[in-house]
Design a binder for this molecule. Structure first.
Ligand code: CTP
Ligand code: CA
Length: 236
């Protein structure tokens, strides 16, 4: 079987992809995290590199093989990811924030392993983490990133009796101020650990591209089609 020929439409473009789930430490052996496997982000990085992009891949706790052809930077926590992404984004034409970033971290880190006693433990106090994506948009507005940097966010949403998945996603896109938002509906089960994924790519210009359920590689290819289309209007 011959592999499908890939377009070289990302040649010379610098693409920064984050993936995985951040870990927020309580003590040297324990942490809070989420179910993100990182597979979707790995697929995006791999396909972008195969289409000619220079890819930097920021990996948070991923147990899948590194994407071929990418420069890989490993991080653990949201704050570490923010530091790396803020610096690396300055060199990027495209940022894809596929990582599941922990919204909160334990307010207090214990340098020594927390010991069990006879009493029930204290409630774990939490502090909000920085919003990395919103920070990138702020940096771009402030001129710390080039105005042409294309910023893509991810969102997993469920609808409810008042609003659809797309309603919530449109509101999130506006709140975050990014250019594109890839939305997964998680109502019908998890996109998190499986090997297939479906979604809708919302554009800040009002566009909406539906991606049918398929492999994470296929979704990566369709998302990169939308990104390559946006880049065509921007000088390399
Ligand atoms: N994100 C980020 N920094 C955070 C949280 C999220 O950069 N601290 C990014 C994610 O990588 C993703 C996008 O923002 O690309 C949307 O994440 P999501 O968790 O859906 O958004 P939140 O604003 O955290 O909203 P929610 O209350 O629905 O979790
Ligand atoms: Ca969140």
């Amino acid at each position: 079987q011959r592999p499908e020929a890939l377009p070289a439409d990302l040649t010379g473009r610098r693409v920064l992809v984050t993936a995985g789930g951040t870990r927020e430490a309580l003590d040297p052996v324990r942490f809070l995290t989420n179910r993100s496997s990182g597979k979707q982000g790995v697929a995006i990085a791999r396909v972008a590199a195969a289409r000619g992009a220079e890819v930097t891949f920021v990996a948070a706790n991923i147990h899948a093989p590194d994407p071929a052809g990418s420069r890989v930077i490993r991080v653990e926590s949201a704050r570490q990811m923010q530091e790396v992404v803020t610096a690396e984004a300055k060199e990027a034409d495209v940022v894809v924030m596929a990582a599941a970033v922990s919204d909160f971290r334990p307010s207090n880190y214990s340098g020594a392993k927390i010991k069990k006693t006879d009493a029930d433990p204290d409630i774990v106090a939490l502090t909000k983490n920085p919003d990395i994506l919103a920070g990138l948009v702020r940096d771009r507005t402030a001129g710390a990133l080039r105005a042409s940097t294309l910023i893509t966010g991810f969102a997993a949403e469920t609808g409810d009796d008042k609003h659809t998945v797309i309603d919530y996603a449109r509101a999130k896109l506006e709140r975050k101020g990014c250019d594109l938002l890839l939305v997964n509906s998680v109502a019908a089960g998890g996109a998190f650990e499986g090997d297939t994924n479906a979604g809708v790519v919302l554009g800040s210009d009002g566009t909406e591209v539906t991606i049918a359920d398929g492999s994470k590689t296929a979704l990566a290819a369709r998302l990169l089609d939308v990104i390559a289309g946006k880049l065509r209007d921007r000088a390399p």
